[in-house]
Design a binder for this molecule. Sequence first.
Ligand code: GUN
Ligand code: ZN
Length: 433
Amino acid sequence: MAEETLHLGQTLHFEADPFAAGPSAARHDSAGAILVAGGRIRALGSAASLRAAHPRARVVDHGQALLTAGFVDAHVHYPQTRIIASWGKRLIDWLNSYTFPEEMRLADPAYARAVAEDYLDLVLAQGTTTVCSYATIHPGSVDAIFEAAEARGMRVLAGKTCMDRNAPEGLRDTAQSAYDDSKALLDRWHGCGRASYVITPRFSPTSTPEQLSALGALWAEHPDCLMQTHLSEQLDEITWVRSLFPQARDYLDTYEAHGLLGPNGLYGHAIHLDPREIDRLSEVGAALVHCPTSNSFIGSGLFDMAGLTARGLRVGLATDTGGGSSFSMLRTMAAAYEIGQLRGTPLHASQLIWLATRGSARALRLDDRIGNLAPGMEADFIALDLASTPAIAQRAARAEDIWEALFATIMMGDDRAIAGTWVAGQRTSPAAS
Ligand code: GUN
Ligand code: ZN
């Protein structure tokens, strides 16, 4: 039998969706424990009961730290790691000035490998255990992120970013090569260990209708795969889409007309949606991804979390590295809170932490494996120090319940709050132990 390890600390897990059930959807135990063996969570309960039931388990005591599921970042561009926090541009200029020149550099597999490794180490230190990433058009950039993830034991989703127009020479494929390369990568990686391949047309402006159709055909052949793209992020982008696709009813229709709308579709940003688009997204059961630091950093707009979750849409939370201005899902939760405030609908701490864990896992259709502490789930979890800086500690000392304490760390915390990160039961950050 695999060695059992009993992690003691405060524990937080979800039994329901806090957007539907309120904060009571979460369960907090101030003297809890999780039993881990063979990379999975075997039991969750009180420290006293699990100690008694598993007297031979190795015990790791995390004191007052809060044990919770590792963060799941549902939309990132790992190739943009080196250009995060680039100044002063809005979406289209930002892509042309900073993003495309950097993505060009990942033609070099050694560079792609170095960026992928740095990126995953950075996010593990921030408590993120799963990411869903865009790569670049280069197949080697997909191998790089999956190989780096495999070396760290991480569950990672990624795909080759396809573009056959409105991108510079050297960063364009074709309809046929996008299909062929994506198919070969899907065959190589999808379901290999903890890897999932995601079919990835960047967005309608950088794909011809032929390329969108080719990727729609690939998705129809592999409907269990996710498909990720961008939707209605900025008003200028929407105007451009309208001119490129004069027949389309709206932005979403440019995807639907080419077989790229479905229940396993992940639509990033989704800020400026028409009522028809919201109706269609909810009819087909698609998922949206909220990227709040990116939406303010690039000046995109205010995502309607309250309205869209009320329509029953699945919503994930994401940094959108490097359009987003942070690798941290804590910072991303804080930004989601602030955007909720600007819309008059503040999110509760239980909703914020749910979005960063189980909500994102559900958007990625992985909520049966990751994103929660529960028996049978993969043991991807973190220990959060709720008093990681003097400023946070003095606020947490005044907290009257776990939500007040956690909210201070959500709003003011950074990687110093991540006391440890475990992937499939193995400690990856700050150091293996
Ligand atoms: N739309 C198309 N590509 C991108 C990208 O790389 N980042 C963001 N934020 N939006 C995009
Ligand atoms: Zn993006």
